[in-house]
Every structure is written in C-alpha cells, then in structure tokens.
Write a protein that binds this ligand. Structure first.
Ligand code: NDP
Length: 325
C-alpha cells in the first residue's frame, strides 16, 4: 500500500484527499518508481485547486514533477535501483503524477538523475527551474550574451523567476528582477539580482515603443506586463516567454518586432525533446550554487500540499516548494 494525493469528482465537485492505494491501482506502464520528492508548480496549483482546467480524467494523482528510484522496469534502459527524474509530458495532468509514494511511467518520459544533483535538489529545481534553464538557453540562441546589457526577469520571486535570476547571475549577466512583493528584494538580491524593479512600474497600458532598457527578458507573467516589457527591449533583443501568471492575453503591437528586431521566443518545458532535456539538466547541475538550495526552497509534506496549491495560485509562494513523500 502507498499514500497518494487523489483528485476526484463527487457530484460534479472536485475533491482532493490523501488515499491509501494498492500498487495494482497504478496505471500499467513500463517503469514503477518509488517517489522520494515531488514539488509544487503553478500548474499543480491550478490543478489541485481546480482554478484551471488542467485535469479532465478522474480520479487523478497530480504532481507534474518527481524524483525517485526505480522499483521495477520492463524497459531495457532502466533497472531496479536507478535514480530518475521526471518533469512534464502531461504527467500529473492526464497520467498519474508525482504526488504519491509510487508512480508508474513510460521510460521515454524519464531522465537519469543528473550527475552532481541529489533527487531532492532536482526537485528544488523541478519543472520551474528546468523551464528557467530553457528560457536562458532561448536567449543565448538569439545571441543575447552578457555583454549586450541587463536582462529583466518578471515574476522574480516565483519558482521560474527565482531560478532564472540565479542562473543568469551565474552566467555573468546583470539581472533586473521584477516583483510585486518588495519584501522579497533581499532574497532576490542574494540570488543575484543587481536591481529590483517594482511590478507597478510595468503595469497599466504602456506605449507601443518606449525607452530601450533591457537586452532581453524572461517573462513568467504574460498579458499587459509582457506587452510593456516588449516595448522597452533593446534593438536586436529578445524575450523568452514561458508563463501566464498575470493572464494569457498579449495586448501588444507589431512595433517592437518590426522596428527593433525584437524576438518573442516561446518556451515550453512539457514536450521538450530528450536530448535538450538532458543538456538542460546537466547545465542546471553545473550552474546552480549551493546557496540557491539553501535560500530559495521550502520543504512540505503531502498533507500540506492543498494549502500550498492555494497559495501558489494567489502569488503568495516564494521560490520553490519541495514535497517529501
Ligand atoms: P509561481 O507562482 O511560483 O511564480 C509566479 C510569480 O509571478 C509570482 O511569484 C509573482 O512574483 C508573479 N505574479 C503572480 N501573479 C501575478 C500577477 N497577477 N501579475 C504579475 N505578476 C504576478 O509560478 P511558477 O514560477 O511555477 O510559474 C510561473 C509561470 O510560468 C506560470 O504561469 C506557469 O504556468 C508558467 N510555467 C510555464 C512552463 C512552460 O513549460 N511554459 C513551465 C513552468 C511554469 P512576484 O511576487 O515576485 O511579482
């Protein structure tokens, strides 16, 4: 028997509870895993609270991330005892996920635990940190190097944002961190922000083109804030956009694109191909300093997950939230 957080529907209402399940309840897949750690991402928050239509098949075990060891495998790439990490692929959305002591998954969804990281550290990174790495790689691919100027990170005290600030600093960029929570300025500075930009400075309808302030940006917020950021990006700069914490619309104009050669680079972590995944994890394990793990993570139990799921949808979580199974 094992413990699992289960989302179910009763009388058309979503209920979330911890259930004791038998291994036979797990979906039939290639690799059965003893989960050591999972984490809470914004998408988990939307799924568990029911605020977003993330889950359509019930009952469902949420949790888009997990790290653990293989119990049994029908696939030649994995043997019992192997340490693995999973993010994305719709796990925790339409396939039972990581907020349970056991999971059963397709081999192709897994990556071997990156060298140099513990499973716990991998979950302190999780989907959010992995996405931050993909955003940095996207900026690099457009030629936005540290010598080009300052990089803006929006939603900086969140999971993606806090890792993005840390990674950029480690790579030698100057980082301006946008936050709506001034009380997080000290943490963001410790992680590597050279400057704090109050969120209010980027709210409200702005001009199609504004003063050029940043060589690039990593945006987790979307909506009007992203539109305002685009209007302030330098000639030949780029914005890596991965999130919608402020809304999924984008009320912009073509002006930054056609007059300043600005690129809007979309970043998705869920379906990221295996080789890129492995490369991103390897870079994360090399780049994140010990101080990141000490400063920017909170560990919780399965019993606390619903509370933190609510908090993350309200923008009240700072850094990454790790779940010990
Ligand atoms: P968090 O909740 O940890 O971080 C989001 C941050 O955005 C908050 O901490 C807050 O930072 C800021 N924020 C919250 N609400 C608003 C608002 N209304 N307006 C402006 N800023 C706001 O979430 P994650 O870091 O886990 O995820 C961030 C976003 O990225 C989400 O939209 C998520 O869905 C998306 N995402 C996308 C992925 C992909 O593959 N494309 C993968 C992972 C995440 P502060 O208080 O500092 O301002």
């Amino acid at each position: 028997m094992f413990n699992a957080l289960v989302i179910d529907k009763q009388d058309e209402k979503q209920v979330v509870e911890i259930r004791q399940l038998d291994e036979s309840a797990l979906p039939e897949e290639e690799v059965v895993i003893a989960v050591d750690y999972s984490s809470i991402n914004y998408k988990d928050g939307l799924a568990i609270t029911g605020k977003g239509k993330i889950i359509r098949n019930f009952p469902m075990v949420p949790g888009i991330d997990l790290a653990g060891s293989v119990i049994s495998s029908k696939h030649p790439c994995y043997q019992a005892g192997d340490q693995v990490v999973l993010t994305g692929w719709g796990v925790g959305e339409n396939h039972w996920g990581g907020l349970a002591e056991k999971a059963s998954l397709k081999a192709e969804w897994l990556v071997p635990k990156p060298e140099g990281l513990t499973g716990k550290q991998a979950m302190m990174v999780g989907t959010a940190g992995f996405t931050a790495m993909l955003c940095v790689m996207a900026l690099e691919s457009y030629g936005v190097t540290p010598d080009k100027g300052e990089i803006l990170v929006t939603g900086a005290s969140g999971g993606v944002g806090s890792v993005a600030v840390t990674l950029l600093k480690q790579l030698g960029y100057r980082v301006a961190a946008v936050t709506g929570r001034p009380e997080n300025a000290e943490l963001l500075t410790a992680l590597g922000a050279t400057r704090i930009v109050p969120r209010s400075e980027l709210e409200g309808k702005g001009r199609p083109l504004d003063k050029q302030l940043w060589a690039g940006a990593i945006d987790t917020v979307g909506s009007q804030l992203l539109a305002n950021v685009l209007s302030k990006i330098d000639y030949n700069g780029a914005v890596a956009a991965c999130g919608l914490a402020g809304g999924f619309d984008l009320p912009t104009t073509v002006m930054p694109f056609i007059l300043r050669n600005v690129a809007l680079l979309g970043v998705d972590s869920v379906m990221c191909p295996y080789e890129k995944r492995k490369a991103a994890w390897q870079r994360l394990s090399e780049l994140l300093p010990a101080s990141y793990y000490a400063q920017a993570c909170t560990e919780i139990s399965l019993e606390q997950v619903t509370e933190y799921a609510e908090k993350i949808t309200l923008g009240q979580v700072t850094g990454r939230t790790l779940v010990k199974l």
